[in-house]
Design a protein around this ligand. Structure first.
Ligand code: NDP
Ligand code: PHD
Length: 421
């Protein structure tokens, strides 16, 4: 069945809304900007990459010629010295962002392989003008891979992460599966790059590096420069989290529900059990016996690991809001040492990966829409906590693109660090 790709970028609050349309299943329509369904034999060979030396791989990509579009299950990209890369979960929201970032940042690769579930096997995605056929993820997928970017959920990471690592690939994992494992570095490159210094892709000894939780990454990009200057004693966070954190299907459902609600129809509830459009609700991650959900506890535990610092008290309330793509967070900080508004502003103004939007006169501060599709985390509302007499308290408001810095960008930056080593 042929798919029709309709591009309507920017029409729903910064959402990228290219769609795959099939004739039979409109519920299966999902936002895609680089993917279309194709027959396995549509154009050229779609057989898997062999395990032969790299110059023999991706033959399918090099065959064909003239104006014919190249199509292969893995494509040769650059020299044999570059890492062979695989994306696990390539068809998902984060997976598609990986493709965009690898292209934009001109990430050097010997070859690129796209992996997803059996449902997607045979579909085609486009990278740098070449069509690549998506393969089903199997135990054998990693034998010719040096760096594997995983983004297909914790269950897939738990099963296939060790298989990939045992095959010699370095795994950069977006899920929570290994984040708290003592021997797995949990890395935000601007903050603790040194944690992964012992993992080297050229040695082919494997290894797993974990990408932190998106809310944690976005908070720590802003808070860490302040922590380094004055030591955070206590952090109180309230999040306003976008649909993107629940995957492509959740973004699609929010758009659909919004239309349905405006038309006075009953809303579709395939992803969340309660209405999302024109509403907000406590984060959908599992609730614990202490009244915190998992997302909140991730922020507590992961912050301590990333900072290698246990002597900080953290509490969080995580809320899902009807925003497509970027998370926002309100953060209250208590410090060991005094830290003025002016000093905090100066520190954040010079922090890598951080942009200030903090204009009190014009009431202009970060918004999720402005943060969408951007690499930086945006910080504003930097102000002294008036509930205290001293200068040891500050409030901030931050926004960051959940799919970019919260997930794919951070992972690609980790992969770039691997290349530097
Ligand atoms: N740092 C963070 O906080 C974040 C982490 N993540 C992690 O990334 C994961 C994916 O997120 P997102 O892209 O938004 O989710 P999506 O739902 O948009 O995509 C899921 C991807 O996983 C693939 N997949 C599902 N089941 C299998 C399977 N059995 N075998 C192989 N591939 C499979 C899907 O393939 P198919 O299309 O074939 O179904 C698809 O490519 C999350 O579950 C989470 O673990 C995501 C966002 C933020
Ligand atoms: N934190 C994401 C969900 C997610 O993928 O989290 P994690 O990677 O920690 O499982 C959200 O906004 O809901």
């Amino acid at each position: 069945m042929r798919a029709k790709v309709v591009r309507t970028r920017g029409s729903v609050g910064g959402a990228r809304t290219s769609r795959i349309k099939t004739n039979t299943n409109t519920n299966a329509n999902r936002n895609r900007h680089v993917m279309h369904r194709g027959r396995r034999d549509a154009a050229g060979d779609s057989s898997s990459c062999s395990n032969k030396p790299r110059q023999n791989q991706c033959r399918a990509a090099r065959r064909g010629g003239g104006a014919e579009r190249r199509r292969a299950s893995c494509v040769a990209m650059a020299g044999a010295e570059e890492p062979r890369v695989a994306i696990v979960g390539a068809t998902g929201a984060v997976g598609q962002e990986f493709l965009e970032l690898l292209d934009q940042r001109d990430f050097p690769m010997g070859s690129l392989k796209l992996l997803a579930s059996a449902r997607s096997a045979g579909k085609a995605m486009t990278f740098k003008g070449q069509e690549i056929t998506v393969e089903e993820l199997t135990d054998k997928s990693f034998e010719d891979v040096d760096i594997a970017l995983f983004s297909a959920g914790g269950g897939i990471s738990k099963k296939f992460g060790p298989i990939a690592s045992d095959s010699g690939a370095v795994v950069v994992d977006n899920s929570s599966a290994f984040r708290m494992a003592p021997d797995v570095p949990l890395v935000i490159p601007e903050i603790n790059a040194e944690a992964m210094k012992d993992i080297k892709w050229r040695e082919r000894k494997g290894g797993i590096i974990a990408n932190p939780n998106c809310s944690t990454i976005i908070a720590l990009m802003a808070v860490t420069p302040l922590h380094r200057a004055a030591t955070v004693k206590r952090m109180v966070v309230s999040t306003y989290q976008a649909a993107s954190g629940a995957g492509q299907a959740a973004m699609d459902e929010l758009v659909l529900q919004t239309k349905e609600a405006l038309e006075g129809k009953e809303v579709t509830k395939d992803i969340f059990p309660i209405q999302y459009a024109f509403n907000l609700f406590s984060h959908n991650s599992p609730m614990q016996s202490n009244g915190y959900n998992e997302e909140e506890l991730k922020m507590v535990k992961e912050t301590k690991k990333i900072w290698s610092f246990d002597d900080v008290s953290i509490t969080a309330t995580c809320i899902r809001v009807p925003i497509i793509r970027a998370h926002a967070e309100s953060i209250n900080l208590e410090f060991e040492e005094p830290l003025s508004e002016a000093k905090a502003t100066e520190l954040l103004g010079g922090a890598p990966g951080v942009s200030l939007i903090d204009n009190r006169e014009e009431n202009t501060f970060p918004t999720p829409l402005e943060a969408s599709f951007k690499d930086d985390v945006f910080v504003g509302r930097i102000r002294k906590d008036i509930s205290r007499e001293d200068e040891r308290g500050l409030d901030l408001f931050v926004c960051g693109d959940q799919i970019r810095k919260g997930a794919a960008l951070n992972a690609v930056q980790i992969a770039e660090l691997l290349l530097e080593q």
